[in-house]
Design a protein around this ligand. Sequence first.
Ligand SMILES: NC(=O)c1ccc[n+]([C@@H]2O[C@H](COP(=O)([O-])OP(=O)(O)OC[C@H]3O[C@@H](n4cnc5c(N)ncnc54)[C@H](OP(=O)(O)O)[C@@H]3O)[C@@H](O)[C@H]2O)c1
Length: 293
Amino acid sequence: MPTILITGANGQLGQELSSILTENDVWQVDLTDKEELDITNHLAVSSYFAELDDLRYVINCAAYTAVDKAEEDVELAHSINMNGAQNLARSAKEAGAQMIQISTDYVYHSEQNLPFKEGDETNPKSVYASTKLAGDNYVQRAHPMAMIIRTSWVYSSFGNNFVKTMLRLGRERDSLGIVFDQIGTPTYARDLAKVIIEIINKVENGDVPREKMAGIFHFSNEGVTSWYDFALAIFEKEKIACNVSPIETKDYPTPAKRPPFSVLNKSKIKNTFGVDIRHWRSSLDDCLRLLRL
Ligand SMILES: NC(=O)c1ccc[n+]([C@@H]2O[C@H](COP(=O)([O-])OP(=O)(O)OC[C@H]3O[C@@H](n4cnc5c(N)ncnc54)[C@H](OP(=O)(O)O)[C@@H]3O)[C@@H](O)[C@H]2O)c1
C-alpha cells in the first residue's frame, strides 16, 4: 500500500485527517507528531523518510500556531514554520512524494476588502505570519511541485480553538466583548481534511493531472463573518444566554497584529479540483453537534 505521511498529527487538522484516513484500506497512513518526528531536525527527517515504503504524499500539519506567543518565541517559530517545512519539502522531493503544506490567511494584510486571490500581494505583519510565508517560499523552492493550501480561522472538535473557547466563556460569564472589525471566514478543519483527501483521490484516479496540484490554493468555508458574529452564531445555536458586545481591535490589544480583512477567494481550488465547499454556518452545526456528544 502507498504511504501518506502526516506531520503534526495531534493538532486540529492532523486529528481530522487521521480520523478520516485511518478507516481506509487504500493507504498506509503514517501519523507523526513531534515525539515521533520533530520536523525541525533535518537529519531525523531524512532518516525517517528513508525508512518509509512507497511514500506518495506528505501532508504537513505541523506548525507553531500560537500567534501571540510567537512574537517572543521568534526562534522556535522560525525553526518550525520555516526550517521544518523546508526539511519536509526537501525530503519529499528526494523521495518523489507530493508535498502538501498548510499555510495561513495571515500572510495577507492590506486595506483591501475583496477576497484575496492566490496571486495577491502578501504583507505579513506578525512573526507567525512572516514565518509561515517564509515557509511557503522555502517549500516552493525546495519542491516546485508542492501544493500550498492557505486557510483561515481553523476550528475543530479536536484541540483548542475559538469555538471551544467561546463555549467555555459563554457558559462562565454573563457578557463578553468580541472584536467586530476583523473580517474573515471560519474553516472547519474536518472540511479541509475531506477536501485534501478528495483532491488526492481525484489525482490518484486520474480525474485531475498530478501537475495541477503545484502552487498555492485557498481554502476556507464559504461566507464571510466577523469574530463577533461568529461568537453570536455559536451562542445562538447552543442557546447560551451570554450577552455579546462588538468591540474594536484597538480595545482588545494583542501582541501580534491580525489582518482586518482576510477573506479568501476559493475559485482556484473549486475550479481546478471540482470540489464543493459548505457555508461556515452549516459546518459549525456539525462541529457543535459533535461537541454536544
Ligand atoms: N489554527 C488556525 O486558526 C489556523 C489558521 C490558518 C492556518 N492554520 C494553519 O493550519 C495548519 C494546521 O493548524 P492546526 O490548527 O491544526 O495546528 P495545531 O492544532 O496547533 O497543530 C499543530 C501540531 O504541530 C505540532 N508540532 C509543533 N512543533 C512540531 C515539530 N517541531 N515537529 C512536529 N510537530 C510539531 C504541534 O504539537 P504541540 O501542540 O505539542 O506543539 C501540534 O500537534 C498549520 O499550518 C497552521 O499554520 C491554522
